[in-house]
Design a binder for this molecule. Structure first.
Ligand code: 5AD
Ligand code: SF4
Length: 453
């Protein structure tokens, strides 16, 4: 072990902690929990890497390019490692997936901690400061960090994420998440509602309830009784105040219920936007993906959304070029996108992940250039659909929650509609956290422009 890392540390001792976050919103939330845990042990959060004593990187494994970005960043951390006593820790999904291999491949890494072991992080950092390796990648069936108050690192003070559950039990054949984040478990409704109320009291006006599959949220109370499903939780959070907007993600189509739609329709402050990842429009592909629904089932759920809430936006995730995908499967994806008329989509090329069923049992046999071409077609179609959807909004009025000053034009503010569309409008006397009624005057495929009414 290198002697330069030898430094007696008891507690955090005011040591400065710098942390970078990659990947999904769940990771953003986890980073806020990690900062809370570390502060509780005397570490002080800093945004400046050059003054940090402990550098953490919270990582994502969902696609290979997400991992490559982290390897690149670790190389760049080498120069900070030259300062005496600086420790580098890799946390999150890559830590869980690669374990000790991370330290073997990148010598600057002192600490490796998986998503369920963050309570052990201060202790492991201390161990590493004494010259030993600090590794904990134990997954848990219970850990939800329920009582830990996240340290809010977002700057706007208006919108916040609340993790309501962790892990995933679905084992979609392409996905590494069930392996890196372990089994599904839900937080108690009491701790969730309390966290949302505290945010509202602190001036926040929007919370997003997060889970890999919020529709399977289920919590049994400590006294043994069943204390509710996701629609009930959503209603409890929305009842905190009509001024608190409530969003949620992600919904799995197989579990997406009419009860949820009815709860949304009954409460105007539950935002009119549903993220419902389709992944593919081909039933044959959905079957090999282990999604457990058909194209017809998906389109029926999309139709139910449109029927019960005609003003509701529908967004999705699409994977191009999964194992064995034929031209006709790809055509099915394009036609499903048109039929569902998605307002927005996250679109990806399939990336094989070691350890998944697809990696073990299926051929990643769609050529890279074919994947690229299919993804381009999917992106082009989505741009067309987003633009068409936005054009329909011209002349209509929306309530927006002001989130801040527009990056392109400091005389303008930006906010979001209930449908989660970004709107840019003149500043006037408005400020961040206000609600404003605007009329849409123009649009691109990504942004609405408006005047305040
Ligand atoms: N390759 C490409 N995309 C993936 N996703 C999950 N696993 C993979 C993979 N191996 C996508 C899915 C999921 C989103 C979060 O990431 O579309 O909904
Ligand atoms: Fe991955 Fe499927 Fe779970 Fe989503 S539902 S995290 S895609 S396994």
């Amino acid at each position: 072990m290198e002697l330069k890392n030898l430094r007696p540390v008891t507690g955090g001792d005011g040591q400065k902690l710098y942390i970078e976050t990659y990947g999904c919103q769940m990771n953003v939330g986890d980073t806020e929990i990690v900062v809370s845990i570390m502060q509780g042990e005397g570490f002080v959060h800093t945004e400046r890497i050059d003054e940090a004593d402990v550098i953490l990187i919270n990582t994502c494994s969902v696609r290979d390019n997400a991992e490559q970005r982290v390897w690149g960043r670790l190389q760049e951390f080498r120069r900070h490692k030259k300062r005496a006593g600086v420790l580098v820790g890799v946390i999150g999904c890559m830590a869980e997936r690669l374990r000790e291999e991370l330290m073997e491949r990148e010598r600057i890494v002192d600490v490796v901690v998986g998503p369920d072991s963050y309570r052990d992080l201060p202790n492991l950092v201390r161990t590493a400061a004494e010259g030993a390796r600090g590794v904990n990648v134990q997954l848990s069936r219970e850990e939800t960090y329920a009582e830990i108050s996240p340290v809010r690192l977002d700057k706007n003070g208006v919108s916040a994420f609340i993790a309501i559950m962790r892990g995933c039990n679905n084992f979609c054949s392409y996905c590494v998440v069930p392996f890196t984040r372990g089994r599904e478990r839900s937080r108690s409704p009491e701790t969730i509602v309390r966290e949302a109320r505290e945010l509202f009291d602190a001036g926040y006006r929007e919370v997003t309830l997060l889970g890999q599959n919020v529709n399977s949220y289920s919590h049994d109370s400590d006294s043994g009784g069943h204390s509710g499903d996701f629609p009930e939780l959503l209603r409890m959070v929305a009842e905190i105040s009509p001024l608190l907007r409530v969003r949620f993600a992600t919904s799995h189509p197989k579990d997406f219920s009419d009860k949820l739609l009815e709860t949304m329709a009954a409460m105007p402050n539950i935002c009119r936007c549903i993220h419902l990842p389709a992944q593919s429009g081909s039933t044959r592909m959905l079957t090999v993906m282990n999604r457990r629904y058909t194209r017809e089932w998906y389109l029926e759920r999309a139709a139910a959304v449109r029927r019960l809430m005609p003003d509701c936006a529908l967004t999705t995730d699409i994977i191009a070029g999964f194992c064995g995908e034929r031209p006709e499967d790809h055509a099915d994806t394009l036609s499903l996108m048109r039929e569902a008329a998605f307002d927005f989509a996250y679109m990806f090329k399939y990336s094989e992940r070691p350890g998944t069923k697809a990696a073990d049992e299926m051929d990643d046999d769609v050529a890279e250039d074919v994947k690229t071409a299919r993804l381009s077609e999917i992106i082009a179609l989505q741009n067309e659909l987003s633009l068409a959807g936005n054009r329909l909004d011209i002349g209509r009025r929306f309530e927006v929650l002001v989130e801040g000053v527009s990056k392109r034009d400091t005389d303008r503010l930006f906010g979001r509609t209930s449908q989660n569309k970004v709107v840019v409008f003149p500043r006037g006397t408005l400020k961040t956290g206000d609600y404003a009624t605007v009329e849409i005057t123009d649009c691109s495929s990504a942004t609405l422009h408006a005047r305040v009414v």
